[in-house]
Design a protein around this ligand. Structure first.
Ligand code: CUA
Length: 452
């Protein structure tokens, strides 16, 4: 009797949980409502069977309970009953699976007018490419992939010159425009997933897979990798921003083409020299850094990284957190660089200064951090800690070690990398969380000191 009460409570509890639970799909943001419908259908069919089977068990427990004088009857075969069960199971399974086939037929058939966006995945980052004004994507090849050509663009292909390259994990899409994503991976299996879009697809090295959808509402959605792709898998995040058409066009116009990234990455170091005078007051004449002023060494750092950080300081993406005392002093200084040209020039000047390693001030057990560095940090920053532009990871070796300690602490405490637009910072914050305490941070920095 107790068992039957438990079963009744189980049925009632399950139904109540399903209908009252706050945990369900995030609101849909694409045309793939059919995915939700098929899942709902599965819930209905399996839920109906679940209730029937358990209710039948309850009925049997009560009706056929042990009573004085009653005996069990043995009935091994019942053809009629078996036909009924086979028939009902067939109907139930077909009802669950057949509609999915119709959805799948649509899923593998992108509309003719779909815009094309290429998604490029690597451990553990996202990048994107739009065909330029000619509407054609240039050819790519893994053999072209390098520090200054992360997409592996074929430099000789005229179709590729106007391709728009988004070398960061934030991509925009136009509202109500069907889009076909061409999915490439450079290293291992990844999976392109935006939960609100419902559609997702594996990315397989050596081939181009695809998935299509139409974004149906504006907003910013998380882009996740849903294939276990290594130790940094959990940190492989991005953002998809769905815009009104005018906003999208404006955004796309402001992104660099392949030809532009080749021509103007450099900046003018001579013009940057006079701009640097302001920075020199804290960072030193040779950008060697000054611990007393909390100004890190900048010399030896890649111009691309200096540019990004200066832009982040200018845009309030970095140095805006109330606890980031020294970042807050840097933010107004960055604003003295009036435009992108100034940022490029001063970065070019700093990058050309002599690469003399900063003084060692942190002493700890470097050997304890060696393996962790190789398996985590090294994947992006390089096993030699020299940084890799293609992985958006700055130079660490030879940088001010006290600064590395503070930044790791800041990442860990959410002081740096918490801004929604600081995608690499967010990734770094997740990685910094693997360093359990200050001791672990110092050991790691001591190991980085040995790489110089
Ligand atoms: Cu890429 Cu998980």
């Amino acid at each position: 009797m107790i068992l039957s009460i438990i079963l009744v409570l189980l049925i009632a509890g399950t139904l109540a949980f399903h209908f009252l639970s706050p945990w369900y799909f995030t609101p849909l943001a694409s045309n793939w409502g059919a995915m939700d419908d098929t899942v709902s259908l599965t819930f209905i069919v399996t839920g109906f069977v679940f209730v029937c089977v358990n209710a039948f068990v309850v009925l049997c427990i009560i009706r056929y309970r042990a009573r004085a004088g009653s005996r069990a009857a043995y009935e091994p075969e019942n053809r009629k009953l078996e036909w009924w069960l086979v028939g009902l199971t067939t109907v139930g399974v077909s009802a669950m699976l057949a509609p999915g086939l119709f959805v799948w037929a649509k899923f593998v058939d992108p509309p003719q007018d779909a815009a094309v966006v290429e998604v490029f995945a690597r451990q553990w980052n996202w990048m994107f490419r739009f065909p330029g004004e000619d509407g054609k994507l240039g050819t790519v090849d893994a053999s072209h992939v390098g520090a200054d050509n992360p997409f592996g663009m074929n430099p000789a292909d005229p179709n590729g010159q106007d391709d728009v390259l988004i070398a960061n994990p934030i991509v925009h899409l136009r509202l109500d425009q069907p889009v076909k994503f061409l999915l490439r991976s450079i290293d291992v299996l990844h999976n392109f997933t935006v939960p609100q879009f419902r559609a997702k697809m594996d990315m397989v090295p050596g081939m181009v897979s695809h998935v299509w959808l139409t974004p149906t509402r504006t907003g910013t959605f998380d882009l996740l990798c849903e294939e276990l792709c290594g130790i940094g898998h959990f940190a492989m995040r991005g953002s998809v921003v769905v815009d009104q058409p005018q906003v999208f066009d404006e955004w796309l116009r402001n992104q660099p083409t392949f030809a532009q990234t080749r021509s103007n990455g450099g900046g003018d170091a001579v013009a940057g020299a006079s701009l640097y005078a302001v920075c020199a007051a804290c960072h030193g004449v040779q950008a060697e850094g000054n611990a007393a002023m909390h100004a890190p060494r900048l010399a030896g750092q890649g111009a691309w990284y200096l540019q990004r950080q200066l832009h982040h300081f200018k845009q309030g993406i970095r140095g805006a957190h109330e606890k980031d005392v020294h970042g807050k002093t840097m933010a107004p200084m960055a604003l003295t660089l009036v435009d992108d040209n100034a940022v490029r020039n001063v970065s070019a000047y700093i990058a050309a200064l002599p690469d003399v390693p900063a003084q060692v001030t942190v002493k700890a057990s470097a050997h304890k951090a060696r393996d962790l560095f190789v398996s985590t940090c090294g994947a992006c920053h390089g096993p030699d800690g020299k940084g890799r532009e293609s992985a958006n990871a700055p130079d660490l070796a030879g940088m001010s070690d006290w600064y590395l300690v503070t930044q790791l602490q800041n990442f860990k405490q959410g002081i740096r990398g918490a801004h929604p637009q600081d995608m690499y910072g967010r990734q770094m914050a997740l990685m910094a969380a693997t360093l359990t305490d200050d001791r672990a941070i110092e050991n790691m920095v001591a190991h980085i000191n040995e790489l110089r």
